[in-house]
Design a protein around this ligand. Structure first.
Ligand code: FAD
Length: 442
């Protein structure tokens, strides 16, 4: 069997793994240490997720990142990691490798080229510049710890003379989670982490995922409508657990768009605790039901549906939308749902009709049958708890010498560049620490 030796084996060359490999390579170069760093990935072509991210533009980070944008492990631990390689350092890092970032109104940062390819190419060429070897497709089946190192076994070799195992002094586990499995991130890393003494959170589920509604639900008829809304997750006793104001996209299967994606993991969590937990939409975001009721009492108009489409004004502003008027098709559908004739003059509405309209517009409970699963999810909720990792080095407490970073950890962020920021921060810590421990001979 052909076997080779390396100082550091990085398993998974996605965002976190490539960042870890670069950080390790840079630390070795600075120290003149000449470490052999090999990044292994099962994918034929590298960087699938970077390329699809942000609609092909790659939303690299957000101008304001803090732990409140994340869920999973304790927020204190997440802050600890983010603070060690923060947004200014991330922006500086990308500038050093030739990627200028620009900030959009939403606070999201993208490459000035608006091309994800710029980000991927720069990362891979920096990895090569600092001496990282990128081996792919090279899918890892198992990692065995022995006294003094780790034996990383390849899943299958194309030919018998190909390298079947890599013996390394340090391992960085950056295999991602289960989101977008065709990219190569299919949860295999969890088995490897378990074999190295880690536990997993009891639940691993899709996050940032579109939601499905029952067949025949009236909102499905409005497929293609994009509307600003507040999406509220209500748990037991109708308590609001989480709320997100942003675009909602009505689709042929149910609901999508950033506000829905952000809410999805909180709904899944709430439903796990209480199957009655509900998703409520407010199409007049920033305005309370009482505000609309008061306005309607004195409003005049030829038809309530037209009034909602032309004269409804709400307080919250969502980028890409005005804060005035509902899409015509939606306003008609909401009137019909409220069992009010869309052409009924506003001043003719009875109190009961007004209440029904206000409820449909500002507190529409939408039945949710499920989500579209890992195939359509942007990230994974759950994974290796941060409590099992020494945060200053992202090093396994169970098996010292193994470092973990990226989505394999029990950390998931909102839409907006937060998940990549987690990958950059945790990856940088893992890679630098792995290299430094070898340089220091510890
Ligand atoms: C459609 C989509 C759009 C997104 N857009 C954004 C965005 O704009 N901004 C943002 O912040 N986040 C975005 N995300 C989330 C972001 O892409 C992930 O959080 C991030 O890529 C996680 O990085 P990672 O390196 O931990 O895992 P991954 O990127 O999943 O990389 C893991 C790598 O490990 C490899 N691998 C897995 N198992 C093995 C094995 N056994 N052996 C060898 N290799 C293995 C895989 O092939 C893969 O290359 C998006 C995600 C999706 C799916």
């Amino acid at each position: 069997m052909v076997s080779e030796r390396a100082d550091i084996a990085v398993i998974g060359a996605g965002a976190a793994g490539v960042m870890a490999a670069i950080a390790a390579g840079r630390a070795a170069m600075e120290a003149g240490a000449g470490l052999r760093i090999v990044a292994l990935d099962g994918a034929k072509t590298l960087g699938a997720k970077v390329l699809v991210a942000g609609g092909g533009r790659c939303n690299v980070t957000h101008h304001h990142v803090d732990e409140r944008a994340y869920a999973g492990s304790s927020r204190h631990s997440i802050r600890n990691v983010l603070g060690r390689f923060d947004v200014p350092r991330t922006i500086a890092f990308f500038r050093e490798i030739g990627v200028e970032l620009k900030q959009e109104d939403t606070g999201k940062l993208f490459p000035t080229t608006d091309r994800a390819r710029t980000v991927l190419d720069a990362l891979l060429s920096e990895a090569r510049r600092v001496g990282v070897e990128l081996w792919h497709p090279w899918r890892v089946a198992s990692v065995r710890a022995f006294d003094g190192g780790f034996e990383v076994q390849r899943e299958v070799a194309e030919a018998c003379d190909e390298v079947r195992s890599l013996v390394a002094r340090r391992v960085i586990l950056a295999t991602g989670g289960k989101a977008l499995p065709k990219s190569g991130s299919d949860g295999q890393g969890y088995s490897i982490a378990k074999s190295l003494g880690h536990t997993m959170t009891p639940r691993i589920f899709p996050a940032l995922v579109p939601l499905t509604t029952p067949e025949g639900h009236f909102l499905r008829e409005l497929s293609g409508v994009s509307v600003p809304a507040e999406v509220i997750v209500r748990g037991a006793g109708a308590k609001a657990i989480a709320s997100f104001t942003n675009s909602v996209l009505l689709t042929h299967f149910g609901l999508s768009g950033p506000a829905i994606l952000d809410a999805s993991r909180y709904l899944a969590d709430a439903r796990h605790a209480d199957p009655q937990a509900a998703l409520v939409l407010n199409f007049a975001p920033g305005s309370a039901p009482g505000d609309l009721d008061q306005t309607l009492v004195s409003a005049k108009g030829p038809g309530i549906a037209r009034w909602l489409a032309e004269s409804l004004v709400f307080h919250a502003r969502v980028p890409g939308h005005t804060n005035r008027g509902l899409p015509e098709r939606l306003s008609r559908a909401l009137c019909e749902h409220a069992k009010v004739d869309p052409s009924a003059p506003v001043q003719s509405l009875t109190r009961a009709q007004r209440t029904a309209i206000v409820s449909a517009v500002t507190s529409l409970a939408v039945p949710i049958t499920g989500d579209r699963g890992f195939t359509h999810a942007e990230v994974t909720a759950g994974g290796v708890p941060l409590a099992e990792v020494r945060l200053d080095a992202m090093e396994s407490r169970a098996t010292p010498g193994v470092h973990l970073c990226g989505e394999i950890c029990d950390v998931d962020g909102r839409i907006g560049g937060f998940n990549f920021q987690w990958a950059w921060s945790s990856g940088h810590i893992a890679g630098s620490a792995a290299a430094r421990s070898l340089i220091a001979g510890t």
